[in-house]
Design a protein around this ligand. Structure first.
Ligand SMILES: Cc1cc2nc3c(=O)[nH]c(=O)nc-3n(C[C@H](O)[C@H](O)[C@H](O)COP(=O)(O)OP(=O)(O)OC[C@H]3O[C@@H](n4cnc5c(N)ncnc54)[C@H](O)[C@@H]3O)c2cc1C
Length: 418
């Protein structure tokens, strides 16, 4: 048994990114990726957008190009699961039996969709969206059009799937627990997205949640969603998008410190020597704010994989890039950078109008200010502003609110002033 290998548990973006960085940094020893899915590491964001809409081919989802793993001597064990971690003896056990020793271990098991524990949850036609196969099956269903689709959850994924379902010509209702969609945003911002969706024919049942799914006469398929207000909605298909739960079972069993994910420092080191964690599963220290944050976003997995790989090699590295994510809904593009935890309850300043949604999709930028400095910023339909927004956040500069909200003042000027 080779005791010098790098082992990665999990086969998503964080894993693919880490493997690539290990090789790029000159590691020429063994790398093993143990990946539960039967598919090379792939990007999930298109699963609720371009791929779901049939606009992106399967090949575009790959984290690393086809053939990269074999060409770079990475032992990619697809369809295999890590079932135990033993930090004391630096080995992992695979579900199929063998023990794999490691020099350094990366935990990149991601997260699983949260499920609903209400009557009828197991009926056919009630689905969630996490894996490639989920998106493919959903695309087949939605692309038929003319179906009654109910989305449970008005978060990012729920809203994206609602947009795709409607684009395919289905009757779409979103059921959301919060009074406005995208509950972590201020009501006026969530409301903007509600109006965008309503203009396209999506219906909302907000401030409601499902309490039961009714079955068709044969008792097999979903036919109706009943909410807490007694509202009944006929449904041919229900998509449950109520968040994810980090896959921490293995880490917990191994005695690692866990709390809303696997707790790691800014170099992505867990509490066990030689064990690192990255991506959706990791709750990492943000050097910029001093907060611990578990981010469920693409850029966190991509950059976390890179940082973890360097740390595994003993290179000084920290995950210090501001969190970033994007979404596309009905042709509206949104990007968000910054520290969401700090943005909660912070002062919201808008640049541009969010009142109108139908006049050529005018864009706007939302800024969240703490002690006068921008801690997060979201640009909607204003592409090419992210670079300046990121610089503004990183500068910690106290900004002039009037100038910040004035679209005629170039963002770059505000950065320079800071
Ligand atoms: C539909 C959808 C749309 C999204 N859209 C966006 C977006 O627009 N913007 C954005 O920023 N983010 C988006 N995200 C989130 C983003 O995709 C995730 O943050 C990212 O995939 C996390 O990568 P990861 O490598 O940490 O985990 P994952 O991608 O979850 O990969 C983990 C992998 O490890 C496997 N695994 C788990 N346990 C084991 C084990 N014990 N042994 C072996 N393998 C194991 C899992 O099966 C999985 O394949 C979206 C996610 C989804 C599902």
């Amino acid at each position: 048994m080779d005791e010098q290998g790098m082992v990665i548990a999990g086969g998503g973006l964080a894993a693919g990114s880490a493997a690539k960085t290990l090789r790029a940094e000159g590691w020429d020893g063994p790398i093993t990726i143990v990946a539960a899915e039967h598919r090379e590491p792939y990007l999930r964001p298109p699963l609720s957008k371009e791929f779901l809409l049939g606009k992106a081919p399967e090949e575009e989802l790959a984290v690393n190009p086809a053939g990269w793993y074999a060409e770079n001597g990475v032992d990619l064990r697809l369809g295999e699961t890590v079932s135990q971690i033993v930090p004391a003896s630096k080995v992992v056990r695979l579900e199929s039996g063998p023990l794999v020793p490691y020099r350094a271990l990366l935990l990149a098991m991601g997260a699983q969709p949260r499920t609903l524990d209400i009557r009828g949850s197991q009926l056919e036609g009630i689905v969630s969206l996490r894996r490639f196969e989920d998106s493919l099956a959903l695309r087949t269903e939605l692309s038929r059009g003319g179906r009654r689709v109910v989305l449970i959850g008005s978060g990012w994924i729920g809203m994206e799937v609602a947009a795709a379902a409607r684009t395919y010509g289905n009757e779409v209702t979103v059921v959301g627990r919060e009074p406005t969609p995208l509950g972590q945003l201020e009501p006026e911002l969530g409301d903007y997205f509600r109006r965008v969706h309503e203009a396209e024919g999506v219906r909302f049942r907000l401030g409601e949640h499902p309490v039961e799914f009714k079955a068709t006469d044969d008792g097999e398929c979903v036919s109706c969603v009943v909410t807490n207000t007694g509202e009944r909605m006929a449904a041919d298909l229900v998509v449950v998008a109520v968040g994810v739960v980090p896959d921490v079972g293995l880490a917990k069993a191994a005695g690692l410190v866990v709390g809303n994910g696997i707790v790691v420092d800014a170099s992505l080191r867990t509490s066990a020597a030689g064990v690192f964690a990255a991506g959706d599963v990791a709750n990492s220290l943000q050097p910029f704010t001093g907060d611990h944050v578990r981010s469920e976003h693409w850029s966190n997995a991509l950059n976390g994989g890179k940082v973890a790989a360097k740390s595994m090699l003993g290179i000084d590295a920290a995950l210090s890039i501001a969190p970033y994510f994007y979404t596309d809904q009905f042709g509206i593009s949104l990007e968000y950078s910054g520290y969401g935890q700090r943005a909660r309850g912070a002062k919201l300043v808008l640049r541009g109008s969010i009142e109108t949604v139908a006049d050529g999709l005018a864009g706007f930028v939302a800024f969240w200010l703490r002690d006068g400095a921008v801690v997060a910023a979201m640009n909607v339909n204003t592409p090419r502003s992210q670079k300046a927004l990121k610089a503004l956040i990183a500068s910690r500069a106290v900004v002039d609110e009037a100038r910040l909200s004035d679209p005629s003042v170039p963002l770059a000027e505000l950065v320079q002033e800071g």
